[in-house]
Design a protein around this ligand. Structure first.
Ligand SMILES: [Zn+2]
Length: 216
């Protein structure tokens, strides 16, 4: 018997968003990633979303005293913690399947920036670069996965939820005010049955309780 997890999420955006892709566009140094299959709306790629949610979940758990690894570098991925179990590690693929998240109804414009010379603190004209920015009301998408039990599916959903709540900005140029967002809705279904956010919070609580149990 396997269990199927389906998550629908929606963030409201409070600023423009930029994620640099491979796409080359005339007069643009850093073009947005677009969905080529559909109407060419900008997207946050699945890999960016996965890394961002994982990072958020790790930081949140660490602040709650739960020991998890730091996936920001491949050499520090432990392969044993709850985050590794849900998001995968070099020895095992994640049971979760991430997809590109849509920046629906986005307007696109260009932001010009100058890279500063660290020595002279002046901007060189030739170092001006353009970044394409998407302005959209929401970022939305789905994540699903196949697990060996409903409990494992719910636990993975709890980590995704924690990561989604933790992140305050996604994409590039976050320190310059791009990609700021807030979680608006997060709907979880395990084997087609709706599960409440309170159940996700309960899962996180259990993870922190396990830690306390160990330290006594
Ligand atoms: Zn780990």
């Amino acid at each position: 018997m396997t269990s199927r997890l389906a998550v629908d999420f929606r963030f409201c955006l409070v600023s423009g968003v930029h994620v640099t892709g491979e796409r080359a566009e005339l007069w643009t140094d850093k073009a947005l990633v677009l969905d080529w299959r559909e109407v060419r709306h900008p997207v946050v790629p699945a890999t960016t979303l996965k890394g961002w949610l994982r990072d958020g979940a790790e930081r949140a758990l660490r602040s709650l005293g739960v020991q998890v690894c730091d996936a920001s570098s491949a050499s520090t991925i432990c392969g044993r913690c709850s985050v590794c179990e849900a998001f995968g590690h070099p020895g095992r693929k994640s049971p979760l399947r991430f997809r590109d998240a849509r920046l629906s109804d986005a307007l696109r414009d260009m932001k010009m920036s100058a890279s500063l010379s660290r020595h002279r603190k002046t901007a060189y004209e030739e170092r001006l670069f353009s970044t394409e920015v998407a302005w959209a009301p929401v970022l939305e998408g789905t994540i699903d996965g196949i697990f060996s039990s409903p409990d494992k599916a719910l636990r993975a959903a709890a980590l995704l939820w924690l990561g989604a709540k933790m992140g305050f900005a996604i994409g590039a140029a976050r320190s310059r005010g791009l990609g700021w967002l807030g979680l608006e809705s997060f709907q979880t279904k395990v084997d087609n049955e709706k599960r409440k956010e309170a159940e996700l919070a309960q899962q996180i609580q259990e993870m922190t309780r396990e830690v306390r149990g160990m330290s006594i």
